[in-house]
Design a protein around this ligand. Structure first.
Ligand code: 13P
Length: 256
């Protein structure tokens, strides 16, 4: 059967740009992408929390706006945290959870990522759950079980939705993030197929057909076409290149 999943390209600005710089970047990026599109492609930007309200006006109706994290708690005495309800009220459409930089530098676990997915879905936001193995795990040949464990723990909670606009998975091999080392299209497609197989076995055929799986890790304008050609690759999660107008526009436009 033909793949019915709409392609999705997301940029992750990480902790870059001041709010006004971000607004100017979005103001140029949005029309550059829109002008080149011959058919609608779903795309969006995950930006720092301080940028959300400013960027909501720039992206509304044109691109999805996202945060890079959210709290596991709905509200309360959690200094420094931002709730899913706050994100929704700031114009967000989605948020990343379980990004490897949050796992590595902030000790985020797959179990916490699962709670965040639930919080986001309660607010009608799409959750983008990131999984991926380290270089050591890749080299030891252990990567399949690492990713299966991340899926098992992150997607175990009752009540979690697996519809096309509710959950997106992102495969981001840690060794390919910000390193210029990209997984080959075959390596990416192999893991995406493995993730889809896991969904089929553990969450049924609807989930396996609907959930989009993005590839992330040193995606740029030159390699995007090849990476996106994999049968199970439904889009990309782009870091560094999403801060460059021409490069990011070309990545969105490389969707066939
Ligand atoms: P780079 O594209 O800079 O490697 O970052 C990937 C990433 O972490 C996106 O979330």
């Amino acid at each position: 059967m033909m793949n019915q999943r709409p392609p999705l390209i997301l940029g992750n600005w990480k902790m870059n740009t001041l709010p006004e710089e971000g607004r100017l970047l979005a103001r140029q990026l949005v029309p550059t992408v829109m002008d080149g599109l011959h058919r609608p492609v779903e795309w969006g930007l995950a930006v720092p929390m301080t940028h959300l309200a400013l960027l909501a006006t720039e992206t509304k109706g044109k691109a999805l706006l996202g945060a890079q994290d959210c709290s596991v708690h709905p509200h309360g005495a959690y200094t420094g945290e931002v709730s899913a309800a706050m994100l929704a009220a700031s114009g967000c459409d989605f948020a990343l959870v379980g990004h490897s930089e949050r796992r590595q530098y902030h000790g985020e676990t797959s179990l916490q990522a699962g709670q965040k997915i639930l919080r986001l879905q309660e607010q009608g936001l799409m959750a983008v759950y990131c999984v991926g193995e380290s270089l050591e795990q890749r080299q030891s040949g252990n990567y399949a079980s690492v990713i299966q464990n991340q899926l098992q723990e992150g997607l175990m909670l009752e009540g979690l939705s697996l519809g096309v606009s509710e959950l997106v998975l992102a495969y981001e091999p840690v060794w390919a993030i910000g390193t210029g080392l990209t997984a080959s299209p075959e390596q990416a497609n192999e893991v995406h197929a493995l993730i889809r197989h896991w969904l089929l076995q553990n969450r049924g055929s609807n989930a396996a057909e609907q959930v989009r799986i993005l590839y992330g890790g040193s995606v740029n304008a030159s390699n995007a076409g090849d990476l996106l050609s994999g049968e199970h690759v439904d889009g990309a999660l782009v870091g560094g290149a999403s801060l460059q107008i021409r490069a990011f526009a070309d990545i969105v436009l490389s969707v066939r």
